[in-house]
Design a protein around this ligand. Sequence first.
Ligand SMILES: [Zn+2]
Length: 614
Amino acid sequence: MKKFSIEQQDKDLIGTSAFIRYHLFFDRAPQHILRVEMEIDKITHETITLVMPAWMPGSYKIREMVAHQGNVVITTNDGKLLQWHWTSKNRIEVQLYGATSIRLSYTYFANERGVRTSHVNRFHAYLMPVACLMYAEGREDEIHHLYFHHNRTNWKTLTSSLSPVKSNFEEDEPIILGALNYDIVADSPIDIGNHSVRKFDVFGKKHELAIMGNQDVDIEWLANEVKRIVEVECAFWGDLPYDRYIFMLLVGEGQRGGLEHARCNVSAVEPSAFSDKATAQGMLTLLVHEYFHTWNIKRIRPNELGPFDYSKENYSRMLWLAEGVTSYYDDYLTYRCGFLSKDEYLQTISQQHLARLERVPGRFAMSVRDSSYLAWVKLYSLSPDMNNRFPSYYLKGGIIAMMLDLYIIAQSNGTKRLEDGMKMLWELYKTRPEHGVTEEEVITAIEFATGIKVRSILFDWLDGTTELPYNEIFAPFGLTWGVKKEVQDTDTFGDGRFFASKNKSVFIGLSLKEEQGKVLVREVEDGTPAEVAGLGIDDEILCVNTKRVSSVNSFQQLISAVGAGNTALITALCDGTLYETTVIPKEVVNKSLMYVQDISNDQRRLLNFWLSLM
Ligand SMILES: [Zn+2]
């Protein structure tokens, strides 16, 4: 079996040479073209196979990255054309006829901006190697070098977790970065251009913050917050597993999401992420999340996720660990960093997690483990019907991780927590970094570290499709999840007529979108008045009670005016044909996480243990 390691320190590459070398040219950058020349020496077989990956670690979807490749030419290193042919859409077989080295050249159209795609233009190049650099099958474990042939007067800065092969490069020679194997090449995004970078040390390890995209960002402020994140996560795990680490932040319109790597992460946010407190908190939570993956998933990883095959799906039922546990700790550690107050943290659990899952009927249709296994065709193939069919292993997995933590704290009477289990998994990794973990090993580590039996309760939650027992788990902490008793809220004026000071919101279970002046149904939630009324995704809503619906807002106002329990006549179009139906709005039920009345000392003690800032 192929060896697997994503561990590399910069010192490992100094003075190395490589029999596999990528030369990267940017003379066609204005047309978004990257030119690649890949040289491979010491070929001992009659044929060699070159493969373009079909997915990337951390993003579980088959992607046609090879579609952007063109102008393939394969010669010997002295320019003699070789015979080759495609054996599948992303696989090339080359006949050597006695030659021992080849040169493969191709173009790659890099015009997709995001954390997982390459983007080249006259001002910069962001390269995602796994999406544009082929690998030589059977040679993945060798040292690979990348030569960057860009004009260093125009593009002054190069940021990457790949390691320089010498300490200084002359002005007229390309910068050469290296990786101990192809897995590390694949895992190391590169940005070249004139982006801003801040460098700082934390606990003797080098860190960089790079801001990509031409947006004004207060990099000094952000570098300080990032330092705090590093300190808090280092305190969580016990040590920093690298010599150098880069936070790459892409700021741009329409940008979102993140992708974790062994020695860096790339996170993407809208420019508005810096405009108010809540969105800034969201951005910091994203950075906490991606950085947490440095340990959980890049190193502590499901067995199936390293080594793996880049050309096909690699199924895992354990994304509840990789993404669920990380989703729980991203908010929790954001709180520990001091970016959220205690009340804001509880409010986040309440509204961003528990209340959101209430709006996912799919939690009754599929378990979290199955949702993880089918990520390749479910979570990553966004469908407007998805919330009805399965729960996200991020959302429900994160809630289960929180409940597991609370269960351990309560059962150990405030002496142990899930964190102890995670630390044990980290210790296990350090003894055998080439191995991933099985679910059995995860359970054993948690039970051993905490002394609490979690197997049956955890599998009930992970495999179950019934409602999670929130209040059983919250009770020892003096918390409860339920409907807030609303105080009657009315005003009078004029002749003493009563007015609700705010219109009571009503619920029918659909969401809408506006497209080309039309108001269209985006989602219909199963088991709601909208479903009963027979409204369907993509139907165009024309009128409510014969009043014209001109926008999503006007629909909401018209439905609110109908009031809960009353009947509204909806006029709509399906497939261009008019129909009428009636819908009976319900009163909105707002659940929230609340303190119980008369919280006991024991409850307060456990709550304080859970939310102690260490
Ligand atoms: Zn993640």
